[in-house]
Ligand binder design. Structure first.
Ligand code: SF4
Length: 373
């Protein structure tokens, strides 16, 4: 296939749907976790669940970068934004994530200078254009977005931009997957691997999943036909008694990943001892911080932060959604006290969040009987 239309072809999708139905045994249940929030979005936007037999259940994983940021880090960002002379720049979704003291958008309404940017380079441009302000980029995301932050830091150093800093919240994909795989009574039979992260880290990075935990994984692209093909590849492995890392996204993802992007991350960042994840608690060596050589651009070295650990609201079940233990409609506040307009939890904020995807595409309660019997 070459053109995007082909990756959305109803004919190819229905053929794959039939292939998937033939790969399961009547009455068995195969639970497949799509790790990435982008995949969750595609599944519900295109109604792919309705093309799967009742035997295949999709559960949603922790790969939405906005969803995994704990409330305490939002409060830290607000504390930075409230410093005199500071402009805090971040992605639009991040401005709406609730912390213990409200969201960055609310801080902006109170007078803090919080601005939306599309990339860390936009934030660096702000710093160049407004030398009287200290511009801090609130960096989030997995290995997908970390290279852009790394390249921006390298450019800030080359250009000696002194009024720019990064509040680094980049996280890595392996520790949360290990945490999920080590959950007692884990019911996940296989994984759809994240396409974007894999362009950077490569497919070899997932070998621990089949080798140490006995689960197959297929790294997938993001179009509807891609995802159906990935489900079929997982089921075929199961049928043939194989348990491997496979790559469906061969048009972009390489076994070794992107060495230049990895080198940029390695030059500017190092692993933290531990990091607090929403729903998963504190995970060892699961996030990145700036290396000491970049202390002049490190907001954590430049500002005193509250660093508080804040419990999620009692009604919020984002942690269980992020680890595939419940579906969004099982959370008591889904679609009532928690909506995209007034999110209570992070999974309702970003379009990559499972709750936002269910809400946007009308999955407001337990699904009807699937179309394919
Ligand atoms: Fe979290 Fe809201 Fe989803 Fe409940 S409905 S899990 S509070 S995002």
């Amino acid at each position: 296939m070459k053109y995007v239309d082909e990756y959305r072809s109803a004919g190819i999708a229905h053929a794959l749907s039939g292939e998937i139905a033939a790969l399961v045994r009547l009455g068995e249940t195969v639970r497949i976790m799509e790790i990435c929030g982008g995949h969750t979005h595609t599944i519900y936007r295109h109604g792919l669940e309705d093309l799967l037999p009742a035997e295949v259940e999709l559960v949603h994983g922790p790969g939405c970068p906005v969803c995994v940021i704990p409330m305490g880090r939002v409060d830290d960002a607000i504390a930075i934004a409230e410093q005199p002379g500071v402009t805090l720049a971040t992605f639009g979704d991040m401005m709406r994530v609730p912390g213990g003291r409200g969201s960055l958008l609310e801080a902006k309404a109170r007078g803090a200078d919080v601005r939306m940017v599309y990339s860390p380079l936009d934030a660096l441009a702000l710093a160049r254009n407004e030398p009287g302000r200290h511009v801090v980029f609130f960096a989030i995301g997995f290995e997908t977005t970390a290279p852009a932050t790394a390249v921006t830091l390298l450019r800030a150093r080359t250009e000696a931009v002194a009024n720019f800093a990064v509040f680094c919240n980049h996280v890595t994909i392996e520790p949360p997957l290990r945490a999920i795989l080590e959950t007692p009574g884990l019911l996940v039979d296989g994984f759809i691997g994240p396409g974007h992260v894999s362009t950077v880290i490569g497919t070899d990075a997932y070998r621990f999943i089949p080798d140490q935990y006995g689960r197959p994984i297929v790294v997938s692209a993001f179009e509807p036909v891609d995802l159906l093909q990935s489900v079929a590849m997982l089921l075929r492995q199961r049928r043939e008694g194989r348990c491997e890392v496979e790559n469906q996204y061969t048009r972009v993802v390489r076994r070794e990943g992107n060495p230049r992007a990895l080198a940029a991350i390695d030059e500017t960042m190092e692993l933290r001892e531990s990091f607090e994840w929403r729903g998963l608690g504190s995970l060892k060596r699961s996030a990145l911080r700036l290396r000491p050589a970049f202390a002049a651009w490190d907001a954590e070295a430049l500002y005193e932060l509250p660093g508080a650990r804040i419990e999620d609201p009692k009604a919020c079940r984002c942690g269980e959604v992020l680890t595939g233990q419940i579906k969004p409609w099982e959370c008591g506040v889904f679609g009532t006290a928690c909506t995209p307009e007034r999110p209570l939890g992070t999974c309702m904020v970003s379009s990559e969040g499972a709750c936002a995807a269910y809400y946007a595409y009308g999955r407001l309660r337990r699904p009807q009987e699937p179309v394919v019997a």
